[in-house]
Design a protein around this ligand. Structure first.
Ligand code: UDX
Length: 438
């Protein structure tokens, strides 16, 4: 496994769980030291147990020769972040390919796990051939791991996609997954590469779609939670990825939309729908500011508590997290921003004060914004929180609280796309009085 990042670690650990011998190689010495010491460098539920249980089948190394020596499969699981132009940065893929020793006995297969533009397989094939590694096969086997459920996603996937130039190469990869019950999708390499990008682009499209429906709900007096429920019961549509909120983030969706948009554009086709999906998501994060202004007027000098920083619960990952945009927008409006997250501890959120508890974050605050649906926030509408806040305004950016119960508990409540449950812009007298005494 070349790459001990999120995908490489989870995939390597799970292959060991299936009974295979796995050597995981990374270029970061501190990462390999940590792993050798039994520490797990990322937060992923269940991963530590899988690593521990399979310790005798797993090795960690900095040395590419040690990793590939005698290997039947050479999985590439390195990062492919977007560059300034929006194209995927494949430099880590090329360094791995170029580092492979010139002689690889035993006819190993190179298997691409990283998300790459369509056409990468052809290029890797050509580079392997140019290096004299003509006997080394190539297979595209994209990952569909969602953070927080990655181990389960590997063990019980919706499908395994295997794209190959030669069917016997695909057979070998399929055999490797013995023990995992699911549908196998065999394709050519380009189609496998596109399945990954298209799946993530479609999921993102569903989210931006329901967020736009939520915005319409706010204008016409409908409730997006009920609308999504009614829509999702149509078996042709299904209930998934229809939760309206403050937008999507993470290491995959924004990157993969950009990559697909760029890929289409470079090939001469402007992918207009994805441009809209992106734009809607950018606006969605920013709409929180207007919701706060509706109640508080100018945000200058106001204190806002952001509850949740990770791009979704059960991870400490803040890559492309909506919390980043919301935090900096609020700072730009002159607000003081406090933040709480149970595990994300960013050191690059400049100007934002990190709090150790929800109550500390909301103490004296003019508003609390739920940015990530951490389970502990279900109990947010308590007397303790209401008393601690300067004004009991909750903007529920994930529609996780019950609007009626929250208002009954003495809070002003704003959800996303739930106007029937929106609070009047005028705060109740008690809060006006408090405000006058500020
Ligand atoms: C995603 C894909 O699910 C996975 O298959 C792929 O391999 C990598 O990208 P991940 O980024 O870990 O996984 O998280 P996911 O659970 O899919 O959520 C992505 C973002 O969408 C989060 O910010 C989440 O809050 C948001 N989201 C999701 C919504 O806003 N509404 C929804 O209904 C669902």
């Amino acid at each position: 496994m070349l790459g001990a990042g999120y995908v490489g670690l989870v995939t390597g650990a799970c292959f060991a769980e299936l009974g295979h011998e796995v050597v995981i190689r990374d270029v970061l010495p501190e990462r390999i030291e940590q792993l050798r010491a039994g520490e797990v460098p990322i937060y992923e539920p269940g991963l530590d147990e899988v690593l521990e249980r399979n310790g005798d089948r797993l090795r960690f190394t900095l040395d590419v020769h040690e990793a590939v020596d005698g290997a039947d499969f050479l999985f590439i699981a390195v990062g492919t972040p977007p560059t300034y132009s929006g194209d995927a940065d494949l430099s880590a893929v090329w360094s791995v390919v170029d580092e492979l020793p010139p002689e690889l006995p035993g006819q190993p297969l190179v298997v691409m796990k990283s998300t790459v533009p369509v056409g990468t397989g052809e290029h890797v094939r050509a580079r392997l051939d140019a290096r004299g590694l003509t006997g080394v096969g190539y297979v595209s086997n994209p990952e569909f791991l969602a953070e927080g459920s990655a181990v389960a996603d590997f063990m019980s996937p919706d499908r395994i996609v295997v794209g190959s130039f030669a069917s016997e190469d695909a057979d070998r990869v399929v055999e490797l997954y013995k023990g995992v019950e699911t549908e196998i999708v065999r394709t050519d390499v380009a189609s496998a590469e596109l399945v990954k990008l298209a799946a993530n682009a479609f999921l993102s499209t569903r989210i931006s779609f329901i967020n736009e429906i939520a915005n319409v709900c706010e204008l016409v007096g409908a409730d997006v939670v009920d609308v999504a429920h009614g829509v999702g019961l149509d078996r042709r549509l299904g209930p998934h990825f229809l939760r309206a909120g403050v937008g999507f983030g993470g290491s995959c969706f924004p990157k993969d939309i950009t990559a697909l948009k760029q890929l289409a554009g470079n090939s001469g086709y402007p992918f207009l729908l994805l441009q809209a999906v992106w734009e809607v998501n950018e606006l969605q994060k920013r709409r929180v500011v207007a919701k706060l202004q509706k109640h508080l007027g100018s945000l200058r000098g106001r204190t806002v508590a952001l509850l949740g920083l990770a791009f979704k619960p059960n991870t400490d990952d803040m890559r492309e997290a909506p919390s980043r945009v919301i935090a900096y927008r609020l700072l730009a409006e002159g607000a003081e921003v406090r933040a709480w997250d149970p595990i994300a501890r960013p050191d690059d959120l400049h100007g934002v004060e990190l709090s150790d508890s929800v109550v500390d974050a909301v103490r004296g605050a003019d508003a609390a914004v739920i940015v990530t649906e951490w389970p502990e926030l279900r109990e947010l509408a308590t007397p303790e929180v209401r008393e601690a806040m300067a004004q009991p305004l909750i903007v529920d950016g994930r529609n996780m609280l019950d609007p009626v119960a929250t208002r009954a508990a003495g809070f002003l409540y704003e959800g996303i796309g739930r106007p029937r449950h929106a609070s009047p812009a005028e705060p109740p007298a008690r809060d006006r009085d408090r405000e006058l005494s500020r």
